[in-house]
Ligand binder design. Sequence first.
Ligand code: NAG
Ligand code: NAG
Length: 453
Amino acid sequence: MQNPFYCLFLFLLLFVGVAWTEEGECRRLNRADIEGRLSTKTPYRAIANYDETPPKFAGCHPTRIWYIIRHGTRNPSEAVILQAQNRLSEIKKRILDQPKPPICSAELKRLRQWSWKHLNASEDEKLLVAEGEDELIELAERMQKRFPDLFPELYSPEWYYLKYTATQRTRKSAASFATGLFGRNRIHTVRYPPPLHEDPVLRFYKGCGKWKTDVDKNPETLVNARRFLAEPQMQSAVEQIRSSTRLPDLQPADVQLMYTVCAFETAWHRPRGGSGSRSSSHSVWCNFFDVAALEALEFFEDLEYYWNDGYGYELTHRIACPAIADMFAAISSSEEERRANATLYFTHSGTLLKLLAHLGLARDKKPLTHKHFASERRWRTSQIDAFATNLAFLRYDCDKEEPQVLVLHQERVVRLPGCPQDKDLCPLATLRRLYAKSVDHCNVEELCRVKAN
Ligand SMILES: *[C@@H]1O[C@H](CO)[C@@H](O)[C@H](O)[C@H]1NC(C)=O
Ligand SMILES: *[C@@H]1O[C@H](CO)[C@@H](O)[C@H](O)[C@H]1NC(C)=O
């Protein structure tokens, strides 16, 4: 009786074949083209380092780590959810109302089914999603494989100090990282200090009045991003979306909304099953973009973050000094004053970007402006500020040398400006000297004072 099975087999073959060609015709971009261009909504899997080989330095071994990590993939803000439920639903309707909608039938079906009704804008905003948990679990597992001595599988408060800010997304990120280290059944023993909304170390900018008035709430900050809207690259991106949707009146804000929704939906769903990079995007909204358009939208975001949270204004990165001071305290305090061997912080994009700028990482020679789309640049938020972005300082104690420091960004070794550029380890004393000015004169109260006038 193999006949029915044979028929089923043939049917499946046919079915798969149709699906493949269908997908082949539909697909404008593949996963890889999209995933790495989503700015701060880039899923960590697009940039993770899957090489778990432990770095080896003869005669030296790691004894402490200070590790600061952005929360993983989350839901959008309330404002974005509402815009998706309202404006984007309207755009969807206008695409579907066309006599012959400009997309293939498989995508048409997905567009018909698209909605964000499952999200409650006020309750679900910014919550960590399942993909975000996986990002942190897997990051912890890779770090533990690389540095088994630094990350023992048994939790103890003498060894580990974990802290998060007063938000669900960082709390769950911490719990997920702990799950990766200790296993699901043992995370209940982990002790956390009381979380703060304006943590002076984990979120130093929240309480900084001067940064808020001079940078964050200053309309000047977004001038370059705004000017880029009028540049030819952004204009052709908008034109491209107008043509692929056949909606000639779409505005830049509509295109940005489509990009944001494409980004979140792509980040939420990693490709499952064997098709790998062949699988098309999970977000129907990505299909309206070509690579050039994605890159223009990405550059707009790079400009925004450069000026709001990066190199744009000196004050923005100077106020990261409490975190740098805390790092030195964690890795260089004496045995008696030692808080823990592993300090793990779970925080936000705004903290990571300001820290990178304080350290001189991803720095371009000239300030980034709306004219620099076509120039090479190191400031790429998709690479330096994806979900679960992480920065580690590891102390190494050596047989014959003074203590050294290894710095990892996104699980890869980086050599800080001022440290030896021909080797990976930087002497702790050198590093401390480099940051003497920022650490010894870290007067946040004065830096952040808003002058009344
Ligand atoms: C933990 O840190 C202390 C203080 O620096 C150090 O003496 C000790 O060797 C570290 N433990 C391990 C196993 O590396
Ligand atoms: C969303 O949640 C809030 C608070 O629980 C509730 O009052 C509201 O009705 C919900 N909105 C929708 C659309 O379900």
